[in-house]
Design a protein around this ligand. Structure first.
Ligand code: ADP
Ligand code: MG
Length: 290
């Protein structure tokens, strides 16, 4: 009978590192035609590291110390990477007050009576900081798939930091296998267009949606759902509304509790390839029911 078959499939899925929250999730999974992936921490390992530092007038240590001082209070992986790089260089951080994070854009705090901003080029531009002197280097880093974080003290640009985050070992294979069974793939990220395109190309993803702020992610899925049945795979707090909006939400078990709570399916073995395993089992389980 159907319920037995669902239970059997779910048990097999659990053996392979996939937790199905409900029988409905299991049935809905086999009907999806598109899988949407978050970028950072889902397609990538989510452990960005500083790759290059571009201090104005070669002043890399000042740039890094100010950036790290502000990022010390941040929970974002980019922030953690900046702090790590500053610690490795043995830099002293100036004291900061009034830390504030703007989701999907960056962080700010006060240092010595001046506001220090650390975030995406778009975030600093919108705060009135001219980036012209760094634009070529920003473009070049983004074209390599790096994420560039810009730093300003008051209205003075201190420089830029380029960070790289490796693809998961099984990302390319997982995307290829999804295409092999006729499933379309998309990436949804708050990161900029150039970086996102590069990562999307390396992963082999069909469609790339970049520059999507956290509160726009669910809305973007809703628009896609007009002509697609979607599974969404994510790991971050930012992904929770999108995981709930998708026909099926899949969370990486290494992700935040909020993402895990929002998901129908949880990947427990840390392998992105578990997405295709879950899909295969949901198909197999259903065939067995007939
Ligand atoms: P994603 O969708 O890839 O998980 P986010 O929405 O978290 O990305 O962030 C989007 C962009 O906002 C980042 O690529 C970065 O440019 C900027 N940003 C967010 N948080 C920070 C931070 N703590 N420090 C610097 N930049 C940040
Ligand atoms: Mg993420």
């Amino acid at each position: 009978s159907a319920p037995l078959s669902i239970v059997r499939g779910a048990g097999e899925a659990a053996d392979k590192g996939v937790l199905m929250r409900t029988g409905e999730a299991f049935q809905a999974l086999r009907k999806i035609d598109t899988v949407v992936f978050d970028k950072t921490g889902t397609l990538t390992e989510g452990r960005p590291a500083v790759r290059s530092i571009h201090g104005i007038n070669g002043n890399d240590d000042t740039l890094l110390a100010f950036a790290a001082a502000v990022e010390a209070a941040s929970e974002h992986p980019l922030g953690r990477a900046v702090v790590e790089a500053a610690l490795e260089r043995g830099l002293d951080f100036p004291d900061v007050e009034d830390f504030h994070a703007e989701s999907g854009r960056g962080v700010t705090a006060w240092v010595d009576g001046e506001s220090v901003r650390v975030g995406s080029p778009a975030f600093l531009s919108s705060a009135g900081i001219a980036l012209d002197v760094l634009q070529e280097r920003i473009d070049a880093a983004e074209q390599q798939g790096h994420t560039v974080v810009v730093v300003a003290r008051g209205d003075r640009l201190l420089g830029a930091i380029a960070l790289g985050d490796a693809l998961r070992a099984d990302t390319v294979d997982t995307i290829a296998r999804l295409h092999g069974v006729g499933i379309r793939t998309a990436m949804l990220t708050g990161d900029n267009e150039r970086t996102a395109r590069h990562i999307g190309q390396r992963a082999g993803i069909d469609d790339v949606y970049a520059g999507v702020l956290p509160d726009q992610k669910a809305e973007r899925l809703r628009a896609m759902q007009r002509n697609a049945r979607l599974a969404m795979v994510g790991d971050g707090i930012n992904d929770a509304p999108a995981l709930m909006q998708a026909d099926i939400g899949i969370a990486m078990g290494s992700g935040t509790d909020i993402a895990i709570d929002a998901a129908d399916i949880i990947i427990l073995n840390g392998q992105l390839g578990a997405v295709i395993t879950a899909w295969e089992i949901s198909r197999w389980g259903y065939r067995k029911m007939l």
